[in-house]
Write a protein that binds this ligand. Sequence first.
Ligand code: B12
Ligand code: SF4
Ligand code: SF4
Length: 267
Amino acid sequence: MSIKQIIVKNICEYVKVKQKRINNIPLWREPLVGFADANNEDILNLKDTISLNHLVPKDVLPHPSIIIAYFLPFTKELAATNKNEGDIASVEWAYAYEETNKIFGEINKLVIEKLGELGYRGAVPKAAGTFNKEKLISDWSQRHIARAAGLGSFGINNMLITAKGCCGRYNTIVTNLDIKPDDIQPHEYCLYKKNGSCGICVKRCPSGALTHNGYNRKTCYQVCSKNARIYKDFGSSYTNEADDKPNSVGSDVCGKCVTNVPCAFWK
Ligand code: B12
Ligand code: SF4
Ligand code: SF4
């Protein structure tokens, strides 16, 4: 078995064994895993494309070579709980948000241990678990890296859409693995970008944050914050940059633009 296969197997099996449920609904399907070249220009240029504070792989691990990016797709049953219109997410959706962020920590630990056994190193930046509440951006963009790892293309819903759809979440691990990286994949998954059709995500967005031409993160955040004031029971995944305390009173969710839309699931 190749190193890539060992890593994929470990991630997929862990998710299977640790599957969580709410109201008898399983949260996750089988993950997708990609391997980005840590020295890819798109990644090295993130200080220019996102912000000067954005990290580059060598800030996370000496001599980085490959970044493992993985997508944890939600189940269709889970997504169906959030299909209603309006700006209130389902309770199941809020639970899945927190539990997925939790399992990311466990998967990352497992993979880093596995890498150690194989004679390699892996690390994740602290910045991945925090974002600036004024600017609403993170210093570690999971999606730019996942795109560089060949996992998908950006839709007008501002989500990275994969071969399994966009309804799910991403994580990444910087490594010094000595393997061939995957290429950025050329397929355009968004139907509006592909042929001007669809646009359903824009109609689904309850706040006007999404338009055919862009995304307003501040408007979106107002909706997510409203949900956080409702969903306080499952924790609050992200922390303040300064003091490591939760940066929200609850779960910052909505997700109407990734549920009940064609690109949520292709299969
Ligand atoms: C801060 C944050 C928020 C803020 C601000 C959102 C934002 N997009 O700016 C708030 C709280 C409002 C929010 C809301 C949501 N979030 Co959020 N959020 C983040 C977080 C922590 C940081 C994002 C960030 O600031 N990155 C820096 C910015 C500048 O980069 P970016 O977001 O990757 O945006 C770039 C793309 O849009 C890209 N882009 C767009 N088109 C194209 C085309 C090309 C060719 C390229 C190269 C790039 C590109 O350019 C943008 C700017 O450079 C990430 C996790 C992380 N650490 O990455 C999750 C994350 C983006 N959120 C996620 C989700 C699911 C949500 C919500 C659905 C909430 C929910 N769970 O119910 C909504 C969706 C809003 C939306 N439509 O974008 C997922 C997205 C999964 C996916 N399939 O893509 C992420 C990646 C979390 C994860 N671990 O998976 N979020
Ligand atoms: S819902 Fe349609 S228009 Fe919106 S991102 Fe998905 S495919 Fe593109
Ligand atoms: S999460 Fe999506 S649907 Fe909800 S407000 Fe933000 S952009 Fe609109």
